[in-house]
Design a binder for this molecule. Structure first.
Ligand SMILES: *Cc1c(COP(=O)(O)O)cnc(C)c1O
Length: 364
C-alpha cells in the first residue's frame, strides 16, 4: 500500500530532447540546464542520465552544483548567476566551477580575491554577462570591453565566454529578440571570444542564436516554449508524466457543491472522482474549474478547488471510472503547457513547483 501519486520520468525522452537541442548547435555545443532540481525532474538523476552526452551543466547557485558533484558528476558546471558572496570563490576555484560575472561588485570581489590568494594560472573559466536589453543581469554594453580586458589580464583566468539572456525568444513575432541578437553579435565581433546566447526558445526558433554554447533548459524536459505547431517544438518528447489514482467516487444530484468554498456546483447529476494529488504536492491551487485531467485516458475536468492532498474531477467523460483507476495530471497525452494555460501560468512553474513529497520514478 502506498499513496499512488508518482512522477514518472522518461530518461530516454530526456536524452532525445538533449540531442535535438545539440543538433541545432552550429558549434555542436550545448550544456544542459539543470537548475531548480532539473525543473523538478531530479537534478542528480537527470545529470547522470545525460552525463555521456553533455559536456557541461548549468545551475543557479553553488548549492545546486555541490549536489551534482557529490553525486559524482564530473563535467564543468556553470553558475548562471555567479557567486552571491565572495566566500564562495575558494569553492568555485577548488571545484572548477565556471562562475558568471554580471555586476561590478562581483568583478571587484573577484579581482580582490585573485590578488590576495595564490590561484593556479589558467584555472578559472568565466562567463561574462552583458545586458543586451532584458535589463535584469549583466554589464551595460559600453562597459563590456573594459571588463573583458580586465578579466583577460588576470593570469588565473582561462576561458571567457560572453553571454546574455533573451527576454522574448518564446514569441517568434517579437522584434526585441533580433535587436538583442544584433547587439550581442556586435560585441562578439569586437571581442572575438567564446559566446553563449540561446535558451530553449532560441535554440528551437532563432538560427542566428545557435552559435557558441546553447543553454537549453525547458526543452530538455519536453515542454516546448514555442506556440503549438512549431516543427521542432513538436519533435520534443514529454519527459514527466504525473500520475495517480481515484481514491473515492460519489454521485451528486444537481445543485450540490464540491470542496472548499463551494466553488463548483453541479449543473446536473454528476459523478465526482476524488484524486490523490493536491497543492501540497505542487499541483496549483489556482487551477480553474475545467482544467483538463485524464481519467482512464479520457479528458475529464477539474471540478472544485484543489485541496492540499486531493483534487476533485467531474467524471462525465469517463463514466465507468472507479476507485483505483489511473489519473494523469500531465504527461504525454496531456501536455503540461495545456494544463498551465488553465492555471494562468507556464510549464516552467508547474514542473519546478512539484514538491519532494511526490515520488519520482525513472524509466529508460
Ligand atoms: C534558466 C536559464 C536558461 C534556460 O532557459 P530555458 O528557457 O528553460 O531554456 C538559459 N540561460 C539562463 C541564463 C537561464 O537562467
Amino acid at each position: 500500500m502506498a499513496r499512488p501519486l508518482i512522477a514518472e520520468i522518461n530518461l530516454t525522452a530526456l536524452r532525445h530532447n538533449y540531442q535535438l537541442a545539440l543538433s541545432q548547435s552550429a558549434a555542436s555545443s550545448a550544456l544542459a540546464v539543470v537548475k531548480a532540481n532539473a525543473y523538478g525532474h531530479g537534478a542528480v538523476a537527470v545529470a547522470q542520465a545525460l552525463a555521456d552526452l553533455t559536456p557541461a551543466f548549468a545551475v543557479a547557485c553553488i548549492e545546486e552544483a555541490e549536489e551534482l558533484v557529490a553525486a559524482g558528476i564530473k563535467q564543468p558546471i556553470t553558475l548562471l548567476e555567479g557567486f552571491f558572496d565572495s566566500n564562495e570563490l575558494p569553492i568555485i576555484i577548488a571545484r572548477g566551477y565556471e562562475t558568471l560575472i554580471h555586476s561590478d561588485w562581483q568583478l571587484k570581489q573577484l579581482v580582490h580575491y585573485l590578488s590576495h590568494h595564490r590561484v593556479a594560472a589558467n584555472s578559472l573559466n568565466i562567463w561574462l554577462k552583458v545586458d543586451t536589453g532584458m535589463h535584469r543581469l549583466g554589464f551595460a554594453i559600453e562597459q563590456v570591453n573594459s571588463v573583458y580586458q580586465q578579466l583577460k589580464a588576470l593570469p588565473a583566468i582561462n576561458k571567457i565566454t560572453l553571454t546574455s539572456h533573451l527576454a522574448c525568444a518564446d514569441d517568434l513575432s517579437n522584434g526585441a529578440t533580433s535587436k538583442q541578437l544584433a547587439q550581442f553579435q556586435t560585441l562578439q565581433q569586437q571581442l572575438n571570444c567564446l559566446v553563449s546566447i540561446a535558451n530553449s526558445p532560441a535554440t528551437l526558433g532563432y538560427p542566428e542564436a545557435q552559435q557558441g554554447c546553447l543553454r537549453p533548459g525547458i526543452m530538455l524536459y519536453g515542454a516546448s516554449p514555442l506556440a503549438p505547431g512549431h516543427a521542432l517544438g513538436e519533435q520534443l518528447k514529454t519527459v514527466m508524466t504525473l500520475k495517480t489514482q481515484i481514491i473515492s467516487v460519489r454521485d451528486l444530484p444537481i445543485g450540490e457543491s464540491v470542496g472548499y468554498g463551494e466553488r463548483f456546483t453541479t449543473q446536473k447529476a454528476t459523478r465526482i472522482g476524488v484524486v490523490a494529488c493536491g497543492y501540497g504536492d505542487g499541483y496549483p491551487r489556482h487551477a480553474r474549474d475545467g482544467t483538463p485531467v485524464l481519467v482512464n485516458g479520457k479528458k475529464c475536468h477539474l471540478a472544485g478547488r484543489v485541496s492540499m492532498d486531493m483534487l476533485t474531477v467531474d467524471l462525465t467523460n469517463s463514466p465507468g471510472a472507479q476507485i483505483g483507476d489511473e489519473v494523469i495530471l500531465w504527461g504525454e497525452d496531456l501536455s503540461v503547457n495545456e494544463v498551465a494555460s488553465y492555471c494562468d501560468t507556464i510549464s516552467y512553474t508547474l514542473l519546478t513547483c512539484l514538491l519532494p513529497r511526490v515520488q519520482r520514478r525513472y524509466i529508460k
